[in-house]
Design a protein around this ligand. Structure first.
Ligand code: HEC
Ligand code: HEC
Ligand code: HEC
Ligand code: HEC
Length: 502
């Protein structure tokens, strides 16, 4: 008798457990099915306001808002003053911070000294393209204005239109809620690199949603005729993928096209600035090769009551190791944190060595020009600096590469350093040929010293920025609220952080 009771108890527990498991798979499916039987957020067009989406999808919206927890600014120029020398003559030598949560994308873009202090729609240093990866209003405005028209004119032209930070409409279709590529430049790049668009799998979409922004790109001057038949030139965001996704393939692409982002103000080198080739670096790593996508670690499934959904709190996976890593791996959280930390340390060591070598090369080259080096003497040197700096920047600019693709990151840093050292060796020769021996480059060990060498007038830039923030920027946001493009009260609660005192 007792045996039967025991068996019945075991069976009941077993059935209950299976029921629970099936139920939880069921709810996971249900929630995923939301994408299929989705509420229509808007009958036509693109709904850029994530707060409106939030009424239908509260779990995704509430976790999306949590990206505001990553609010801290880390001034990278303070941390690595070498960067100021490497980017002399270019916006990044003015202001460059580590990334924050998606909720801050627009604030960071308006606050950075790189976007300057425009006083009207037609001035300021930056083009429209600078909004491209910051806001769900970008696909909305692109649909309204046209693809070339959107990329025409100055950044300040659309200040009152681009007001919602990265949100639902960046990754989801407004009518079907399905994951969708909202940026035509990614679609074009995939085609250029030979991908058949109708063969893209769902798992790939869970990475391509991110590859809309976490990629390398440049602003390609593109002539076109507008509606009135006037000739215009757009600066269109373009991904240099036609020859492949590696740093070397893109370097060849840029060299062939004869492209440079700017000419260095100290060494006169025509240089490339890597943006954030996160996707391209990721695909060289083991997790991609084992079939993972960005969403597996950065939007892992999470549980709230009986509901399973993808957390939209995109952040460092180290802040949620249990859901991000331990779904596949079996070690302790502590061990994982240490593994990642060690990878970061290895990268940082080579990173600093490469930056010092490159910065020294720029300053040596400046000296060489000053003492009368010829174009002929300098040409091979500048070519070497250009290549070395590109490989260095490509390896680290996406921030996570030390983990996503450790081998590729360290390989690129080693080659970058080798090229910088070769440039320095050649420069020692050039200087000696002009009777300069044992030249010591000036001290660039603090942000202040480095910015003085690079000719950055920080107080002037800050003053200009604060005038903009108290003037034109306020008008932009007032207009957007009036015209109901900006309805999200949550955005008013974000702390207003910048690298400078305000
Ligand atoms: C940066 C891209 C991105 C943004 C921004 C984004 N999502 Fe998602 N969303 C994803 C990805 C990736 C998935 C995972 C799809 C899967 O695994 O089935 C997803 C899944 C979903 C799902 C399916 C159910 C689930 O949780 O897996 C819903 C519903 C959803 N998102 C709603 C939203 C809403 C609402 C917003 C805005 C508040 C939003 N998303 C913003 C990328 C994004
Ligand atoms: C529309 C452009 C865009 C898309 C799409 C996008 N990102 Fe981002 N991402 C950004 C920008 C811009 C920042 C930096 C924001 C800042 O510093 O203000 C950022 C920051 C981040 C950060 C740093 C967050 C932190 O707290 O430090 C992570 C991680 C990240 N993104 C991952 C992803 C993943 C994963 C996806 C795809 C699911 C994705 N992003 C899709 C533009 C985008
Ligand atoms: C196997 C898990 C995993 C996958 C898959 C993954 N990441 Fe990451 N990602 C990480 C880890 C771990 C870090 C390092 C976090 C840290 O240093 O705090 C990171 C860092 C980042 C950062 C830098 C965050 C910062 O604040 O510095 C970005 C941006 C990012 N990942 C985007 C992506 C994108 C885009 C993809 C897909 C192309 C992707 N990740 C795929 C685990 C992953
Ligand atoms: C969906 C499953 C999955 C998730 C989630 C996942 N991994 Fe992995 N990880 C793998 C696989 C598969 C490999 C390759 C193992 C092999 O082939 O030997 C791997 C390899 C690794 C390795 C060894 C390779 C290397 O680059 O050093 C480390 C370290 C690692 N993962 C850390 C992490 C961390 C940290 C996270 C969370 C941020 C994470 N993984 C999330 C599946 C996963």
């Amino acid at each position: 008798m007792k045996r039967y009771v025991l068996i019945i108890v075991v069976v009941v527990i077993g059935v209950a457990f299976m029921g629970y498991m099936l139920g939880s798979i069921g709810t996971k499916k249900d929630e995923k099915a939301l994408l299929n039987t989705a509420p229509v957020i808007k009958e036509k067009g693109i709904e850029a306001r994530s707060d409106v989406w939030g009424e239908s999808y509260p779990n995704q919206y509430d976790t999306w808002k949590m990206t505001s927890q990553s609010a801290k600014i880390e001034d990278m120029l303070e941390k690595y003053p070498q960067l100021v020398i490497l980017w002399a003559g270019y916006g990044f030598s003015k202001d460059y911070n580590s990334p924050r949560g998606h909720a801050f994308a627009l604030q960071s873009n308006r606050n950075t000294l790189r976007t300057g202090g425009p006083t009207g729609a037609d001035n300021g240093p930056m083009p429209m393209a600078c909004w491209a990866c910051k806001s769900s209003d970008v696909p909305r405005l692109m649909a309204k204005e046209g693809k070339n028209e959107f990329f025409t004119g100055k950044w300040a032209r659309a200040g009152s239109e681009i007001v919602n930070p990265i949100g639902c409409a960046d990754c989801h279709n407004t009518q079907t809620s399905q994951l969708e590529i909202s940026r035509p430049y990614l679609t074009r790049a995939l085609e250029a690199s030979g991908v058949e668009l109708d063969k893209i799998t769902y798992q790939e979409m869970r990475s391509l949603a991110c590859a809309q922004c976490h990629v390398e790109y440049y602003f390609r001057p593109t002539p076109y005729s507008n509606q009135d038949g006037e000739s215009k030139t757009a600066a269109v965001v373009t991904l240099p993928w036609a020859k492949g996704l590696t740093a070397e393939a893109m370097e060849e692409y840029y060299d062939e096209y004869g492209f440079s982002d700017w000419t260095h103000s100290l060494s006169d080198t025509p240089l490339l600035k890597a943006q954030h080739p996160g996707y391209e670096m990721f695909v060289t790593g083991i997790h991609y090769k084992r079939g993972l996508s960005c969403a597996d670690c950065h939007l892992p499934y999470t549980q709230k009551g009986s509901i399973k959904f993808s957390t939209h709190h995109i952040q460092s996976p180290l802040d949620d190791i249990a859901n991000s890593c331990l779904t596949c791996h079996r070690q302790s959280e502590e061990e994982f944190r240490n593994i990642v930390k060690e990878k970061l340390k290895r990268k940082d060591q080579l990173h600093v060595i490469a930056m010092n070598s490159l910065a020294t090369a720029h300053l040596n080259a400046k000296k060489a020009w000053e003492i009368g080096a010829t174009e002929e003497e300098m040409e091979p040197v500048l070519q070497m600096i250009r290549s070395g700096q590109w490989l260095w920047d490509f390896s680290i600019a996406s921030h996570g590469s030390f983990f996503h693709a450790p081998e590729e990151t360290l390989r690129l840093l080693a080659v970058a350093n080798e090229k910088a050292q070769q440039a320095n060796l050649m420069l020692t020769g050039v200087l000696a040929a002009h009777d300069v021996l044992n030249y010591q480059v000036p001290d660039f060990s603090t942000k202040e010293k480095a910015q003085a060498l690079a000719g950055v007038d920080l107080p002037m830039l800050i003053e200009e920025k604060l005038e903009f923030k108290n003037g034109l920027m306020k008008l932009w946001l007032e207009e957007a609220v009036r015209e109901e493009r900006l309805t999200n009260k949550f955005l008013d609660t974000l702390p207003d952080n910048a690298s400078y005192p305000q």
